[in-house]
Design a protein around this ligand. Structure first.
Ligand SMILES: Nc1ncnc2c1ncn2[C@@H]1O[C@H](COP(=O)(O)OP(=O)(O)OP(=O)(O)O)[C@@H](O)[C@H]1O
Length: 364
């Protein structure tokens, strides 16, 4: 038995995760992390009060103590700053991945450690298993829900104290078991939007904090096709919402590059060989290994690399640079819209080896 802090978001996944820990006989305390945007309730519908009530109701049902932990200042410093600065630099940050490293398994874990807890559990669809004598993260068994990508930047010491009680279950079974236990959240709709911020679309969030900065939308030859509202509002690979009509039948424009120095968004007609859309080679940085006994950052190897959440992992060769700060990834097949700033998760089969950030995409 150990003393576990269950991170409870008020959703069904973390509700059942908490219930399973209790059933296993651990000493469990539930905790909801409150962030600043929830408190300020700036944009949209932020159901944080309802989430706290639901999490508390489930904790009560399970007979576990429940705490609301106020981490608003840390969230602003560690996640929102990273998010806004990234977009302002013209790259695409990933707040969900950083939330896990900096908040749930960062600040919240520090808080828990001080209070004598042995570990933190979340309702992520991922598994923790021993490999070569150390705990390692694996994909959740529900291929459609697998959330190991979001854990890619965890440090080894964070993996050691993390547990994922529902990672071996498919989502429908999570709901079924939660219903059988009569948990209040059994039928609650899944959350969407930015991690912690609630039901807020990234675009609405950014428009609240970053001023519009209109500039030209140009084609590959530099011809002006339209006006964008600010480079931060577009993602490479995006087709919808560009407001540049193609006059070619069934062929649409796609965003292929941002040129912050000229405040230009470059678009091209999407094809299998569209320049700047497809690439095999890239430089990754901020290298992080979640499983050091399985992944030596300093050694070249082949692995599976996943360039974004909803995208299959692809075979690539990993070659570290001499100073060990960056590495070259060479994919076997061209990848669509690799994006600077985005997280590239690294796997060996289902085992998460670690993570990295795309720094530079090399176009042949
Ligand atoms: N505000 C929060 N307070 C405490 N824990 C949280 C919070 N937000 C997320 N978590 C933890 O991180 C896990 C994954 O977060 P995510 O936002 O992806 O939730 P989810 O997959 O919709 O799960 P759930 O059904 O539990 O909300 C949650 O299951 C929970 O353990």
């Amino acid at each position: 038995m150990s003393r576990i802090l269950a991170a409870m978001s008020g959703g069904v996944d973390s509700s059942l995760a908490t219930a399973l820990l209790v059933r296993e006989g651990h000493e469990v305390v539930g905790a909801y992390m409150k962030n600043w945007i929830n408190e300020e309730n700036v944009i949209g519908h932020c159901p944080w009060q309802e989430d706290i009530e639901d999490a508390r109701a489930v904790a009560d049902q399970l007979g576990v103590e429940f705490r609301v932990v106020n981490l608003m200042r840390d969230y602003r410093e560690k996640v929102v700053k990273y998010l806004l600065e990234g977009y302002q630099q013209g790259i695409t940050p990933n707040p969900d991945v950083m939330c896990n490293r900096e908040m749930k398994f960062g600040v919240l874990w520090e808080w828990a450690k001080e209070k004598g807890f042995d570990g933190i559990a979340t309702g992520h669809y991922a598994r923790s298993e021993m490999v070569n004598g150390e705990p390692s993260v694996f994909r959740g068994v529900d291929g459609n829900k697998d959330q190991s990508y979001f854990l890619a930047m965890l440090r080894p010491e964070q993996v050691k104290i993390a547990s994922f009680p529902i990672g071996h279950l498919p989502k429908p079974e999570v709901r079924e078991q939660a219903a059988m236990l009569g948990l209040k959240t059994a039928a609650k709709k899944d959350s969407q939007g930015i991690c912690f911020i609630g039901e807020v679309r990234m675009e609405d969030f950014l428009r609240t904090f970053v001023e519009d900065n209109p500039g030209d939308i140009v084609d590959l030859n530099g011809k002006v096709l339209g006006e964008h509202r600010g480079l931060h509002l577009y993602t490479l690979g995006q087709r919808k919402g560009l407001r540049v009509a193609s006059n070619l039948y069934k062929q649409a424009y796609v965003a292929v590059a941002k040129r912050p120095e000229r405040n230009e968004l470059v678009v091209a007609i999407e094809r299998d060989d569209t320049p700047l859309l497809w690439a095999k080679r890239c430089i990754i940085g901020s290298l992080s290994n979640a499983a050091p006994a399985s992944f030596d950052l300093a050694k070249p190897r082949s692995l599976m690399a996943q360039p974004r959440y909803r995208c299959p992992a692809a075979l690539a060769s990993y070659t570290p640079s001499n100073d060990g700060k960056t590495a070259e990834l060479l994919f076997d097949e061209p990848q669509r819209a690799l994006t600077p700033g985005q997280i590239c998760a690294l796997y060996d089969g289902d085992q998460l080896l670690g993570g990295s950030v795309f720094e530079e995409i090399v176009y042949a």
